[in-house]
Design a protein around this ligand. Structure first.
Ligand code: CP3
Length: 341
């Protein structure tokens, strides 16, 4: 087993951490913007296997990252389940809403998703043929809670208010939606693995707004179920979990869910995470993405500080969240130089 990402995920401490970036294919790259224009719009790009594979490969050509992440979106799964989905330019995603049992009943069942998602699996197949031998291919899905927050509200929300409200007002509908998403996510990720994904990552971007028992019920429990089912179908499959802004709940998250690696956002201190989270295995993270906008000495200092903080255990270097469209592509080279020396 020679791929550095797989070695780190298996618990090996490497002299130089392998590195990739969340949203590494994206609008900060001129070649991405060009390919997206050719596709027409973002969703057409996601469903065009040749072009989606092309944008996945672009950041690898430029930077030589250790992993490629499939180019797709966490909201393709709700679309495959029958939600309407579109992107408002400059604003973000819009979906039909789930407000009660009638909306839930209109969704398709888990077996129907592959019809819509077949082009995504084709993208994975192309990538597994075309990627350089040393690069690891990561598939992904949104975690049920995060995906549910978009399906319930019909858009991104600052506090996930509508999802919390449905959870309080109509627990049965809310729990049934989480259940459907959990089952569909197992099938979706499993199909990505069958197509050639070597690792999968579960994005729970809004995990931080779940408190107390809700965090156990709707962040930990679904992740645990998904990971157990995937590992039963694909023995040895490494899984990265990203319960963003989980704060003190990062502690023990890998053990509680069976994840091989916990991805950390940049609100937690690397020294604290090395002592309290990395003790259970591989961690990924956690540079503040705004440093790729501002650059300078702070970018270099902070990158080195993170590498050093995690140097006594398994670590995959990454950002604490996705790189933003206003990032300077040259700053990514500076970050890599600070990591790789
Ligand atoms: C919440 C979420 C979404 N999508 C995703 C998450 C979880 C991670 C996170 O918290 O950021 C995950 C995602 N989205 C995208 C990927 C591709 C792989 C990668 O490079 O990381 C991945 C892994 C492409 C994308 N997904 C999106 C873009 C930008 C679309 C464009 O080209 O205009 C990309 C490259 C659009 C998107 N997709 C989503 C939103 C809220 C938006 C709009 C905000 C924005 O524009 O950045 C939903």
């Amino acid at each position: 087993m020679t791929k550095t990402i797989l070695r780190a995920l298996a618990g090996e401490t490497l002299p130089v951490p392998p590195v990739w970036m969340m949203r590494q294919a994206g609008r900060y790259l001129p070649e991405y913007r060009e390919t997206r224009a050719k596709a027409g719009d973002f969703l057409s790009l996601c469903y065009n296997p040749d072009l989606a594979a092309e944008v996945t490969l672009q950041p690898l050509r430029r930077y030589g990252f250790d992993a490629a992440i499939l180019f797709a979106d966490i909201l393709l799964l709700p679309q495959a389940l029958g939600s309407d989905l579109w992107f408002e330019t400059g604003e973000g995603p819009r979906l039909s809403t789930i407000t009660g049992p009638a909306d839930l009943a209109r969704l398709k069942d888990r077996d129907a998703i592959h019809e819509t998602l077949a082009p995504v699996y084709e993208t994975v197949r192309i990538l597994s043929r075309e990627l350089p031998k040393e690069v690891t291919l990561i598939g992904f899905a949104g975690a049920p809670w995060t995906v549910a927050t978009y399906m319930i509200a019909g858009r991104g929300t600052p506090d996930q208010g509508p999802a919390h409200a449905l959870k309080a007002a109509d627990r049965a509908t809310f729990a049934a939606l989480i259940d459907l998403l959990t089952e569909a996510t197992i099938d979706y990720l499993s199909a990505q693995v069958e197509a050639g994904a070597e690792v999968v990552k579960l994005f729970d971007s809004w995990a931080g707004s779940l408190k107390g028992q809700d965090f156990d019920d709707f962040a930990v429990a679904p992740a645990k179920r998904i990971i157990a089912a995937l590992k039963a179908r694909h023995p040895g499959l490494p899984v990265i979990a990203f319960p963003r802004e989980a704060r003190e709940r990062y502690v023990g998250f890998a053990k509680a869910t069976g994840a091989d690696c916990v991805a950390l956002d940049n609100s937690v201190a690397a020294d604290w995470a090395a002592e309290n989270v990395q003790t259970d295995g591989c961690v990924q993270g956690n540079l503040d993405p705004s440093l790729l906008v501002t650059g300078g000495e702070a970018l270099v200092t902070e990158t080195r500080r993170i590498v050093k903080a995690f140097s006594n255990g398994p670590h995959i270097f990454n950002l604490g969240h996705g790189i933003t469209p206003d990032a300077d592509p040259e700053n990514v080279h500076r970050m890599l130089a600070a990591i790789r020396g």
